[in-house]
Design a protein around this ligand. Structure first.
Ligand code: ADP
Length: 332
């Protein structure tokens, strides 16, 4: 079905990205709550229509680890992109960092679990910051890798922007990827300026972008970004903290030439080995998705019982305690 703005009721703001905001909306004809991303672009109508056509491939991107796409349309110079609403938001906001809209209203935790028992590997007490238990981290990682493998194998696309803000989770504990590079025209128009401050780009990508060469993307650049994202989730902050470096250049230097970051203490050798392999400086040495799925770290996830629902709800409670909400209501 085709979605248009007349059928949509805006419920509140979910967050702001680099290029526009994301709202929670209600689609009346289908009775479905969706997330609608507004991307403001200064483009003529034919280019905008080109983007809508390119986005059409997303109707084929149906997998348990991919945020479902419902449709896109344009109004004036904006592209509106409607997708599955993930009611616990992005992973960065659950594990420590992240900036979301103020005013808790929706997305409140449905506490059906004890906040002090999350996962089965540790039973530490709840606090504003809490280590992500290894079994939860492993399940999140497995979902990310399966999602990326699906994009590559079934749609022949790479993600290009793997980072914790682009990994969404819901209260059912499902982990899904969003914001992958599906439209060449859209990518070009957004002229990704996320080099700097918090870069998840692999060293080889940083090198080619700073040298103004044509960017060399390979799937293994996404593998680097997975490794960095896992560490960020475990640490609760970006692994190359900006305050450590005198400027962005020094920070990028550290990514390209410095020792790769590691997980904080307390994780298994398998977890550490997995991350180290993702963060190998030479992209050709990094494992493929198939190899990563066979890594002991992820093999252990296969039949594991992981209380993802309990973890999400406890993490939502901690997020609420930090004063971050997942929805900034527009209408009272
Ligand atoms: P960025 O440009 O940083 O990737 P986005 O514009 O994609 O950010 O999204 C901004 C924020 O909106 C996200 O961090 C997330 O909290 C929220 N958000 C995005 N998509 C969804 C969704 N499908 N469901 C719920 N929240 C979402």
């Amino acid at each position: 079905f085709q979605i248009n703005m007349d059928e949509i009721e805006v419920l509140g703001e979910l967050g702001k990205g680099n290029y526009g905001s994301v709202h929670k909306v209600f689609h009346r004809p289908t009775n479905v709550k969706m997330a609608m991303k507004e991307i403001r672009l200064e483009l003529d109508e034919s280019k905008l229509n080109g983007i809508i056509m390119e986005l059409d491939i997303l109707h084929r991107a149906k997998a348990p680890e991919i945020v479902e796409f419902f449709g896109a349309f344009t109004i004036e110079s904006c592209v509106y992109y409607c997708m599955e609403y993930m009611d616990a938001g992005s992973l960065d906001t659950l594990t420590g960092g992240g900036v979301l809209a103020k005013d808790q209203k929706d997305g409140e935790p449905q506490t059906n679990g004890d906040a002090t028992t999350n996962g089965n590997t540790d039973g530490t007490t709840s606090s504003a910051q809490e280590r992500v238990p290894e079994d939860v981290l492993r399940r999140i990682t497995a979902g990310m890798i399966r999602g990326l493998k699906f994009l590559k194998d079934e749609l022949q696309i790479m993600h290009r922007d793997v980072k914790p803000t682009n990994v969404l989770i819901n209260k059912k504990g499902e982990v899904k990827l969003c914001d992958f590079g599906v439209s060449g025209q859209l990518e070009k128009s957004l002229a990704k300026t996320n080099i700097g401050c918090q870069s998840y780009m692999a060293p080889e990508r940083i090198k080619s972008e700073t040298a103004n060469q044509n960017p060399t993307y390979t799937v293994s650049s996404d593998v680097w970004s997975v490794g960095l994202s896992i560490i960020e989730l475990a640490k609760g902050c970006y692994p190359y903290p900006p305050e450590t470096y005198s400027n962005v250049f020094a920070q990028l230097q550290a990514i390209v030439n410095g020792a790769a970051p590691t997980l904080p203490p307390g994780y298994s050798d398998d977890a550490n080995d997995f991350v180290a392999k993702c963060l190998l400086k030479d992209p050709n040495q990094r494992p493929t998705y198939a190899q990563l799925l066979e890594h002991p770290f992820l093999v252990a996830d296969k039949d594991a019982e992981v209380d993802m629902v309990g973890w999400v709800n406890a993490a939502l409670e901690r997020r609420a305690a930090r004063g971050i909400s997942s929805l900034n209501p527009i209408q009272a």
